[in-house]
Design a protein around this ligand. Structure first.
Ligand code: GLU
Length: 291
């Protein structure tokens, strides 16, 4: 009798090509590749929606650096800039549910509003949006749009949470986590300059790519709450999660793009081996590491 087959784990590494990879990225990539397990699939996604900050040469460098590290990924590589139609369609569905509103605020407007209100509830990404544009009438919105005022689209989080109902997601290291959307506020789902945002693009892509296990740094744990709500609203499959700890550099601080001397390219050019780089990225015994 044939044994029922467990679907293979599908993981991904999803860097933004805004600079060269450092050992912190290498940790994330190696972690995702190992989490796929011997029978799973490891995918690569280039998160290049931000045309002003992303550069094709950094995307090329990502492929070169990952191959040098010893990683192989399933093709094709998904590049978000080529899939704006997918994000527009998801945005249109949320709009049709009445869950979005246009936001005309600049950063300065938000700061001024927060100063005026005299209090500033904070979320994981800083000050929560004070909701200024949520209260505009349809006529005011139409006038501003007709006048060509640049606008983003925000998720009306309270309405979204009400519609989605109580939700949880599973983090393999942390267990079942109740979703708390309100603490993230009315997040942007389409920016003024791009018809999507990190949250919307990631949620759509993980579904399109059939990702079953999302691995990423614990600095993005809060984002999983938002993504779980979007999955519920859009009827998308729900992956498992595994948020890993963040790697510290020799100075005890998190690796960041500002540490130019510690990029994978710089290490390679200084004659360090892929095994050295993997060790710096927390995978000294790569061949025998299982996650
Ligand atoms: N593109 C994001 C970053 O570079 C990671 C996205 C994710 O793993 O969900 O931080």
């Amino acid at each position: 009798m044939a044994m029922p087959t467990t679907p293979a784990t599908v993981t991904r590494f999803a860097p933004s090509p805004t600079g060269l990879l450092h050992p912190g990225h290498a940790h994330s990539a190696l972690f995702a590749a190992r989490a796929a397990g011997p029978d799973g699939r490891f995918l690569l996604r280039i998160e290049d929606i931000d045309a002003a900050r992303c550069r094709p040469e950094f995307a090329e460098a990502i492929l070169t650096d990952l191959a040098w590290l010893g990683l192989a990924w399933d093709v094709p590589v998904r590049r978000q800039s080529e899939h704006m139609a997918d994000y527009r369609a998801a945005l249109a569905r949320l709009d049709a549910m009445g869950l979005l509103y246009p936001c005309f605020c600049t950063r300065k407007d938000i700061q001024d509003e927060v100063a005026r209100a005299g209090y500033a509830p904070h979320g994981p990404d800083g000050v929560l949006y004070p909701g200024t544009c949520r209260g505009l009438s349809e006529a005011e919105r139409a006038d501003l749009i007709a006048a060509g005022e640049p606008h983003a689209f925000r998720l009306d989080m309270e309405a979204a949470v009400t519609r989605a109902g109580p939700l949880t997601f599973t983090d393999r290291a942390r267990g079942t986590i109740p979703v708390d959307g309100q603490s993230c506020g009315d997040v942007v789902l389409a920016r003024k300059d791009v018809p999507t945002s990190y949250h919307l693009a990631v949620t759509v892509d993980d579904a399109v790519q059939g990702v079953t296990l999302v691995t990423r740094g614990e600095d993005l744990l809060h984002a999983s709450h938002i993504h779980r709500i979007l999955q519920a609203l859009l009827g998308l499959p729900v992956p498992e999660y595994r948020h890993h700890g963040l790697l510290a550099g020799p100075d005890g601080k998190r690796f960041a793009k500002r540490d130019r001397s510690l990029t994978l390219r710089a290490l390679r050019e200084a004659g360090r081996s892929p095994a050295d780089a993997r060790a710096m990225a927390g995978f000294a015994d790569w061949a025998n590491t299982a996650i």
